[in-house]
Design a protein around this ligand. Structure first.
Ligand code: B12
Length: 440
């Protein structure tokens, strides 16, 4: 049996050490899928670096490394070490896909975008000594298929109480900062319902009561989602996902979501400034509507988790400060923020580069913790300071209690809100240490 080692690297912390955790809650699907798609005669070992060490003395002959955001720096270092030991290294994932030319300097071969249609060819070419530099064949529009992911390779690791499932890839929206828009260009592809149900059943059979539908936007195709919810309901599981906030207008769908066991939805709200949203090609989102939509989603018993960015075209120091009131007034339990960052490959990067507004040359330092572009209404230094001030202001004990304990729903589900309280205290510790809180 030939063997491939599939590594999901951990990004570096501010001391240049890979981030380590006791448990990894949000496990990606790429590695279990790549393992499942290997041709006969091959087996895989998966390493999730956040919770385990990389066996650099492995007997595997091929090394597959995933690349994500600024975590790519760690991917490159791991690749270097393996190549020095004579191993063949393959890159894949978002960063390698959108910066293929740059990534090729650090690996033997790479897959741009979806691996489903090229993975067999790549492995066979390797066996025959004819490995090409780049493999690229994107899935066609419409439906795509995947085998059952090899969860058996990860279930005994220190992971949380849910597993990932995927129904669709891509998103019809084309926000200028988004890497998904950059790869899928506004298209949305989906798996046949039968396959999604098959995958959820596997999660259930493995003893899990929850799953994470890690789609980019489950509200991309309403008809498909409607059918999917009926199927999910019959499986009697709890689940979480993310989507477009406009789902909050659709009472019929919200009821179905709630009945199907959906407990939490995460929304990229980005900004409370209309001008900033316009600058992100996201003018379809209306911040005036956010409070009502959030209230409506909450009214169906679905928790709202938010992701926002500061530093957009309309942001001022005052609007960033005001974001605190928006979060508190809307009782957002666990808010997360990033500094708007031009990721190479995205439209926002191109725009900023053309306008001469990128102030850092080293793209590997773009980690969302510091401003790397020239914002319109403040200096980069002011933006970075305002970002951390916003985080500080929301993670005071007073604000944490206000958002998580002093709310009418607390008595109905105290366990849940106490859990959020703990997450908030952990975020508070991270913010104090200038670590961007994340969902790991
Ligand atoms: C789950 C998830 C996580 C989890 C798990 C991480 C992991 N490494 O798997 C956690 C929470 C830990 C995480 C962390 C981060 N994430 Co993340 N994450 C996701 C999410 C929501 C789903 C990933 C997934 O499993 N998708 C399903 C699988 C099947 O699709 P896939 O990963 O694209 O894999 C396919 C191909 O890309 C390819 N492929 C992928 N890897 C490899 C490797 C090899 C060797 C090969 C051949 C092929 C291949 O094959 C797969 C099948 O076709 C994506 C969004 C998305 N659309 O994917 C964001 C996403 C990938 N994350 C992103 C980012 C930015 C991060 C962070 C940097 C966030 C931060 N600020 O810290 C960190 C970095 C972590 C790291 N390890 O370096 C960005 C990446 C953008 C970019 N330009 O790179 C995304 C796209 C979100 C977004 N909309 O911006 N993430």
């Amino acid at each position: 049996m030939k063997k491939i080692l599939l590594i999901q690297p951990s990004p570096y912390d501010k001391n240049h050490k890979p981030v380590k955790k006791n448990k990894l809650y949000f496990v990606g699907l790429a590695m279990p899928l790549l393992a499942a798609m290997l041709p006969e005669g091959w087996d895989a070992e998966i390493v999730l670096e956040i919770i385990e060490d990389i066996p650099f003395d492995t007997d595997a002959e091929l090394i597959g490394i995933s690349t994500m955001g600024h975590g790519v720096i760690r991917s490159i270092d791991i690749a270097r070490e393996f190549r020095e030991r004579g191993k063949t290294v393959i890159f894949g994932g978002y960063m390698a896909s959108i910066m293929a030319e740059e990534a090729l300097k650090h690996c033997d071969s790479l897959v741009v975008g979806d691996a489903e249609l090229v993975w067999h060819d790549l492995i066979r070419d390797y066996e025959e000594g004819k490995l090409k530099k780049i493999y690229e064949k994107n899935l066609e529009k419409g439906f795509f298929s995947t085998p059952l992911p090899r969860f058996d390779l990860i279930v005994n690791k220190k992971i949380g109480d849910f597993l990932p499932v995927q129904a669709g890839r891509g998103c019809p929206n084309t926000c200028s900062f988004c890497s998904v828009a950059c790869l899928y260009k506004g298209s949305y592809i989906k798996k046949p319902l039968k396959e999604v149900v098959r995958d959820i059943k596997q999660v259930k059979d493995l003893g899990f009561k929850k799953f994470l539908l890690l789609d980019d936007n489950i509200f991309s195709d309403r008809e498909y989602l409607d059918k999917l919810l009926m199927e999910i309901k019959s499986l009697k599981m709890e689940w979480m996902s993310q989507c477009d906030i406009r789902i909050g207008r659709d009472d019929e769908l919200l009821k179905k979501l709630s009945d199907s066991g959906c407990t939490t939805l995460s929304f990229g709200l980005e900004s409370i400034s209309k001008e900033s949203l316009k600058g992100m090609n996201k003018a379809w989102a209306n911040p005036d509507e956010y409070p009502d939509l959030i209230k409506n989603i909450h009214s169906y018993g679905i928790d709202v988790s938010t992701e926002m960015v500061v530093g957009g075209e309309g942001d001022t120091l005052q609007s960033i400060r005001d974001t605190k009131f928006f979060i508190e007034d809307n009782k957002i339990t666990v808010p997360r923020f990033y500094i708007l960052t031009p990721i190479p490959g995205t439209k926002f990067f191109k725009d900023m580069a053309e306008e001469g507004r990128i102030i850092r040359e080293d793209i590997y330092s773009f980690d969302g913790r510091e401003a790397v572009h020239l914002p319109k209404n403040m200096t980069p230094g002011e933006l970075t300071a305002a970002y951390w001030d916003l985080y500080e202001s929301l993670f005071t004990l007073r604000s944490i209690l206000k958002r998580n304990v002093f709310r009418k729903e607390f008595m109905r589900k105290p366990g849940k809100y106490l859990f959020y309280l703990l997450v908030n205290l952990f975020y508070r510790y991270q913010v104090k240490n200038r670590i961007t809180p994340n969902i790991y």
